[in-house]
Write a protein that binds this ligand. Sequence first.
Ligand SMILES: Nc1ncnc2c1ncn2[C@@H]1O[C@H](COP(=O)(O)OP(=O)(O)OP(=O)(O)O)[C@@H](O)[C@H]1O
Ligand SMILES: [Mg+2]
Length: 288
Amino acid sequence: MSDQAQKLRNMISRIQNKEEAKTIAVVSGKGGVGKSNFALNFAIKLSQQKKRVLLFDLDIGMGNIDILLGLTPKKTIVNMFEESLSIKDVIEKGPESLSYVAAGSGLTEIFNLEHTAFADFLQQLQNLMFDYDYIIFDMGAGMSVTHMNFVLASQECFVITTTEPTSIMDAYSVIKFICSRRKDIPLYLMINRATSEKDGRQAYHRLAMAVEQFLDKKVKLLGILPDDRQVVQAVQRQTPFILFNHRSNVSQSLSAIVKGYTGQSMNQKAEPFKFISRLKAVFSRKVD
Ligand SMILES: Nc1ncnc2c1ncn2[C@@H]1O[C@H](COP(=O)(O)OP(=O)(O)OP(=O)(O)O)[C@@H](O)[C@H]1O
Ligand SMILES: [Mg+2]
């Protein structure tokens, strides 16, 4: 069957079953730990598996997904708010049929929308939910209220950390904050830049044990990515590492992570209309 026919079939089955996209927020405590590279390559790998994926760069005003892709977007989130465009107007095509929304440049307080404009934004987002299997939000460095609202509304949250104690400590702090606002959100840990599998597992256990002991919350291990110079080279070439060299250590580990994730996530369908209603609630601060 052709790719197109397969996609059409999936879409029809999803509308019939009222299946929405799964929303995933990618966060970290410390900045520069590899969120954008992970989010982008994870999204591309899912797209390669014929999933319809929308990657949203929420590092608004300072986004870099387009830079990592080596692409120049025609429109960005900044344009969307400044020129009152619809979300569909700013969705760009990346490699492997990946859709993405670039964060744009320039500093704007975009989410200070008046009530009707925000309601319109939510409606547009709701309409998009049936067009994708996954909507992934890449958060910027430093968590703003807007970022946190998207995290709190998402179906799942991936927390990225390196194995360094400073990064682990900051990941703990962000998890503590998330749990204080929404205890039931499924949390996954992604350990990046591990020097060995053992190093990565130790970091995971250290953090997961602290979270369980002090926050009474379970955190699953999403996976471990090695520290690999191929990432640096791929960034320099403005090519996602999975496309730069699919045989590199980091690419192979990423493929295994995506395989494991899609295997287990088959049981966790999106909950219809939950994302938008949660987003509405957090932005109007009605959530405890
Ligand atoms: N697995 C890895 N191996 C080697 N280097 C890595 C790896 N992952 C990330 N890096 C390095 O870290 C840099 C920062 O990565 P990235 O931009 O994805 O971080 P980030 O968490 O999105 O940063 P920010 O907080 O600023 O948004 C990359 O440009 C690369 O040099
Ligand atoms: Mg980033």
